[in-house]
Design a protein around this ligand. Sequence first.
Ligand code: BMP
Length: 259
Amino acid sequence: SKKSLRYHERAEIVAHPLSKQLLKIMDSKQTNLAFSVDVTKCQQVLELVDKVGPHVCIVKTHVDIIEDFNDDFITALQKLADKHNFLIFEDRKFADIGNTVKHQYSSGVYKINQWAHITNAHSVPGDGVVQGLKDVGLPKNRGCLLIAEMSSTGNLATGEYTKATVKMAEEQADFVIGFICTSRLTDDPRFLHMTPGVQLSAGGDSLGQQYLTPNIVIGDRGSDIIIVGRGIYKADDPSNAAKLFKEAGYEAYLKQSVD
Ligand code: BMP
């Protein structure tokens, strides 16, 4: 198992203001939990986020699954982000040439760069995808995660692909603040590692998702942030479920960090 610095120490080292802000939130709220609010109505999203907000450092969205999306929804989500002190991460997984992703990020119905602190991209197009996003993201102090590994069975983001993705991040560290991954990929404390596919017991779903526990992800695999969707929003009591994930994730962090 890998040791790492405490959040407050890392907050002093990182250069990107967003990483600093996130690490400070993680430190003060004692949480490394990101809530993936994958439901399809604005009201459902907002009600869940208001309940779960006290326990999380990030709320992750898939805005393109929301059936009644509108601009008031974004205003309401931003209010909740202020109220509960979390960052908003739109899980858009950009994967086209730089010129196209630049427009996908800033235009269309969602105008993601106007409200999402964090978004993410596949590295498959080459570093033009980061350049394009950076053009319209950096002026707004946004940050990007590169998808270096995936949680799903049979995925192709492995080996040399993962290594090349880490190199791409290192070369564009003014905008790339970390990775979507299943384990720690670099000891460079600037990069935040975020891991989806987390439940309180290991397992999977019928469509290829694979689950690990908070203790394995944070403790054994050295990731920084657990991303949890169904483990929270399908629970009878989402607020209590979030609290359990928060405590499990934070305990694993305390055990593996050096003071
Ligand atoms: P759940 O905890 O319900 O399985 O949801 C996981 C979330 O993380 C989903 O929003 C999914 O899109 C996302 N995700 C993932 O599961 N695996 C990946 O490799 C990358 C993801 O973004």
